[in-house]
Ligand binder design. Structure first.
Ligand SMILES: CC(C)[C@H](C(=O)O)[C@@H](O)C(=O)O
Ligand code: SF4
Length: 474
């Protein structure tokens, strides 16, 4: 019987196997950030151990850091302590750190791919649930807890039991005007926010093959929002082209050899998945979430679901979500007004996302009274955007242009939405309190967030009158 991509990568990384026990997997790359690592390093110190492979460990600061005035002490003492601890830990244990002012600093899931550290066939872990982002490269990448972070630091291995496998076959083509974010939100909306619990997903099909690496990362990023352990896409020419000029990608003969190996990373035709799901993407429209999990989502031309269509149990959940969101059943999505717009995060903080948003914003102004932030996912994305003058487009329109970090994706740094604020956000979680206590999050694509900043409400970006080149000071 053939093997799935997941099984191929798994089998190549098993270093020890015993009946009835989890396997021990070798980890190729361990990514570290300031929030989930301090206790792990403390544990190492207490045990008198070293980091086994500092050269396969990389740290960055992203979650708790401010995106403004970074040369000043942080207002938040906990955040200050976290970054100081990471600095000391990286120094003591010999780990490369992209510190606050480093030109490669950024969100952990943005920097490893853009540096070419994320490569097909690897195992990648990080104390962070959105690690599946790296699966876009045909990589087995997943989040781990802090005690596992300590284990990987000490041994470069991890105890793991195999998950079940699910193939999601996207059928048809993604229509013009619908983005990768809309695709994944529509999928979650169709099947629910926990339908892949216990599975590793392989995303397949024509629509996936046509996506750029940035778009594939957006899809894989949200795997955890369907409950999946990991999500992956078999590498192809798009993957190889993306990697070919990246600083840490292999070169010359080593590249040839690596690519030859990567070309075998696909699920064999006779491989068997535990579950196969088919999803027709030919009718996907721009999506907007209305509730408090990413599965509570409809088309921008839709409405908040009328409750009578729901089962009793679903109705209770929807009622509580709507009470939190300050919305009534049946309200048209395009009638919902926002007061805050956040463009950024590891879901949509890459250069293509900023280009997509800037194309909408170009020549327009942010509606009066709206607070709008663009936060590049990394300093490299920021520099690239600035070289293309995208920053000017945003700033001229009235957006704030910030330093790289997680920012308003989660209320763990100064970029917090206030109680009652309604945010159009390109991030991946709309849980209660996610962007600040009592704040209300609506997940959308970068283009949809940009349009909402200008009109003040959710607006269908298909048919948006682009003003490229007009009214822009450069
Ligand atoms: C802070 C961190 C542990 C957390 C995660 O694991 O995902 C964060 O990145 C998030 O997106 O909620
Ligand atoms: S950008 Fe958001 S989802 Fe991504 S790692 Fe940071 S907090 Fe988590």
């Amino acid at each position: 019987m053939g093997k799935t991509l997941y099984e191929k990568i798994w089998d190549r990384h098993v270093v020890a196997q015993q009946p009835e026990q989890p396997d021990i997997l070798y980890i190729d790359l361990h990514l570290v950030h300031e929030v989930t690592s301090p206790q792990a390093f403390d544990g190492l110190r207490q045990a008198g151990r070293n980091v086994r492979r500092p050269d396969r460990t990389l740290a960055t600061m992203d979650h708790s850091i401010p995106t403004l005035n970074r040369d000043q002490p942080f207002e938040d003492e906990v955040a200050q302590k976290q970054v100081e601890a990471l600095r000391k830990n990286c120094e003591d244990f010999g780990i490369k750190l992209f510190d606050l002012f480093h030109k490669q600093q950024g969100i952990v899931h943005i920097i490893a791919p853009e540096l070419g550290l994320t490569q097909p066939g690897q195992t990648i872990v990080c104390g962070d649930s959105h690690t599946a982002t790296h699966g876009a490269f045909g990589t087995l990448a997943f989040g781990i807890g802090t005690s596992e972070v300590e284990h990987v630091l000490a041994t470069q291995t991890l105890k793991q039991s195999k998950s079940k496998t699910m193939a999601i076959e996207f059928q048809g083509q993604l229509p013009t005007g619908a983005s990768a974010k809309d695709l994944i939100l529509a999928l979650i909306g169709r099947y629910g926010h926990d339908f892949a619990t216990g599975y590793t997903i392989e995303y397949r099909g024509e629509a996936i093959r046509k996506l750029s690496m940035e778009e594939r990362m957006t899809v894989c990023n949200m795997s955890i929002e369907i409950g999946a352990r990991a999500g992956m896409i078999a590498p192809d020419d798009t993957t190889f082209a993306y990697l070919s000029d990246k600083p840490y990608a292999p070169e010359g003969d080593q590249w040839e050899q690596a690519q030859a190996e990567w070309e075998n990373l696909f699920s064999d035709v006779d491989a068997v998945f535990d579950k196969v799901v088919e999803f027709d993407c030919s009718k996907v429209e721009p999506q907007v979430t209305w509730g408090t999990n990413p599965g509570m989502v409809v088309s921008v031309n839709g409405q908040v679901p009328p409750l009578e269509d729901l089962s009793l149990e679903q109705r209770k959940i929807a009622e509580s979500a709507l009470a939190y969101m300050g919305l009534e059943p049946g309200v048209r999505i395009q009638d919902i007004e926002v007061d805050t717009v956040f463009i950024g995060s590891c879901t949509n903080g890459r250069i293509e996302d900023l280009r997509e948003a800037a194309a909408i914003v170009n020549g327009y102004s942010v509606k009066d009274g709206i607070r709008a932030l663009v936060v590049p996912g990394s300093q490299a994305v920021k520099a690239q955007a600035e070289s293309e003058n995208l920053d000017r487009i945003f700033i001229d329109a009235g957006f704030e242009w910030r330093e790289a970090g997680c920012s308003m994706c989660l209320g763990m740094n100064p970029d917090i939405a206030k109680p009652g604020d309604r945010v159009a956000s390109t991030s991946n979680r709309n849980f209660e309190g996610r962007q600040g206590r009592q704040s209300r999050s609506h997940l959308v694509s970068p283009a949809m967030a940009a349009a909402a900043a200008i009109t003040g409400r959710f607006t269908d970006v298909r048919g948006w009158p682009l003003r490229t080149g007009e009214g822009v000071t450069r």
